[in-house]
Design a protein around this ligand. Sequence first.
Ligand SMILES: [Fe+2]
Length: 499
Amino acid sequence: MITRRALFAGGLSLGLSALPRRAPLSDPFRLGVASGEPTPGGVVLWTRLAMEPTAPDGLGGMPSRPVPVHWQLAKDENFRHVVRRGTEQAVPDEAHSVHVELDGLQPGAEYFYRFKADGELSPIGRTLTAPAPGTRTRALNLAFTSCADYQSGWFTAYRRMAEDEPDLIAFLGDYVYEYGPYQHPVRDQAGGECLDLAGYRLRHAQHKSDPDLRLAHAVAPWAVVWDDHDIANAWMGGELEPGRQAAAFQAYYENMPLRRAQKPEGTRLRMYRSLRWGAVANLHLLDTRQYRDPYACADGAGTVGPECVERFAPGRTILGKAQEEWLDGELSRSRATWDLLGQQVFLMEMDWVNGAGEGYSNEGWDGYVASRDRLAAAIDRYGRNGVVLTGDVHSHWAGEVRRDFRDPESKPVAVELVTTSVTSAGDGLDEYPNTAALLAENPHVKFFNGRRGYVQARLTQREMAVDFRSLPRVTTPGATAYTSGSFVVEAGSPTLFAP
Ligand SMILES: [Fe+2]
């Protein structure tokens, strides 16, 4: 396939070991290109100029003046049929990032794009617009993953995901980690703990300078939501140190292919929103971090026992009132076959303690049971095919969301697919000594795999086919991915079948 060859050749030429096409300091496109937020006929094109991605001031070695960036969008990868072109100013206040919001394109179409600055051409990106509203015939090939700690390993999962050429990549949080250096990192990262704008900008730039990540951005549009580490460990909204939250928000926007609707004003940033894929799927991207009530029965995130009744308090919310109402409205109006809920933390009930005794995470929806009950009720009431897409826990899981977990006879109303991490937690194991016991004690949970990787899902009007993709290792580069579990969900029946 021509497309594939050109893109992957472009991707490879970005590798640090490849022959440089230019003098080392003259390439302003070291962070690659990206696209995101597809609509029927629209998409965002992104790049950020940086000649020295790990410059300590976070500004990528760029001059403190605006730089004009020309862009082209074409129907073909040779740019013979350019359909749009324009110029944006990349300004120092936005770390020389560019977000081009396009509309009025052909729905359900493939496009190619590139940028030019200082006489240099960027790598080529491929992107897609969403199918027109009501389109029933176009499948959605979705890939999703989470948790890419640079110090914990190689970004092989991003490359393997790119090689599948999905239509859309959903990233469910922890795109960066704010941590300072580890004692024994797999890869050395630049900079210390992210505490200010320079620190977050530098961390994002270092990630984007990774060739596997750049390839994944160049191959398909992305839809991103954040988790705590994109700001700070166990963040639950609000300020940690003066200016830190605003700095994390600003760097997140600058480095992601987001619309201006997600551009922060200080510490205000609305992350929750919906994307639509014809009549096949709506993807509702949720923010379970920013508006949640405080952790139940503890000062911070952790496992709480049966004595913790606070987690059942009817007023508790993990989404916040406004987001809950918005989501209820989205579900009530949805006419798509599938309603995907892209979010951060475990939604199913999960007893994490083997044998006698119980332990529930107060960080996941188990700490906000009433919130979960209201969502399950809404999915049930509106007759939706709900699919919860989750990150955060650095392992693959699949299970069924019950209408009411306190009633063992309660029917499932949705399925949950939990993706493992790109690198976080290191190589891992397929199974752990307690895996069988955990699955036996939580009968609605059907699958676990403890390696790194991503999830592939193919959604049609009739069914969703899911492959959990795993890597034998991330502590060295280049691992081959394998399928550690496969499931099929039929529209109208929220249960997981092993094919
Ligand atoms: Fe994580």
